[in-house]
Design a protein around this ligand. Structure first.
Ligand SMILES: Nc1nc2c(c(=O)[nH]1)N=C([C@H](O)[C@H](O)COP(=O)(O)OP(=O)(O)OP(=O)(O)O)CN2
Ligand SMILES: [Zn+2]
Length: 143
């Protein structure tokens, strides 16, 4: 049921995944393969509340994020597809997720944004993502 034209409600759910990566050619230690306990905050919004008095069930949101994001990244090694990493990967027995870009928090956010945006149906839309790479380093995307 639509209430007001300027009405907007947002809800946020937190997720986590354990992922290894390396930033090729990074001038410091980030060029070495290392891992992060990523924390992802997903905020969705809508201008309507549904018959069930929710904009989207947290359980449905969880299903989407698990399927579209967590399954891909959890316990994976994320690498940019380049010659150096292709050679490196020959000697690694791991679940490797290849990207066209370095797996920085900025690029991961952009990938995650696309994955989620394609999975939400109107009137619900992705409003904000906040991705912590470490306890003190995070990136944000917002519509
Ligand atoms: N703009 C970005 N800069 C860096 C990224 C990134 O994704 N975007 N990533 C890294 C590394 O992955 C690194 O693991 C995280 O960097 P940093 O916050 O420097 O991690 P530290 O644990 O070394 O930081 P402390 O301040 O000592 O806790 C690098 N840069
Ligand atoms: Zn890192």
């Amino acid at each position: 049921m639509k209430i007001y034209s300027d009405f907007m409600i947002s809800i946020t759910k937190e997720f986590s995944f354990e992922t290894a990566h390396r930033i090729s050619n990074h001038p410091a230690s980030c060029k070495h393969i290392h891992g992060h306990s990523y924390r992802l905050f997903v905020t969705v919004s809508a201008d309507e509340i549904q018959e069930n008095d929710m904009i989207i069930d947290f359980k449905e949101l969880k299903q989407i994020i698990n399927e579209k994001v967590i399954k891909t990244f959890d316990h994976a090694l994320v690498l940019k597809r380049n010659d150096e990493n292709t050679k490196l990967a020959q000697n690694i027995d791991s679940n490797i997720f290849w990207m066209e870009f370095e797996p920085t928090v900025e690029r991961l956010l952009d990938y995650i944004r696309k994955q989620i945006q394609n999975s939400l149906a109107e009137p619900v839309f992705l409003k904000k993502l906040k991705l912590y790479e470490t306890a003190t380093s995070f990136g944000e995307w917002e519509k």
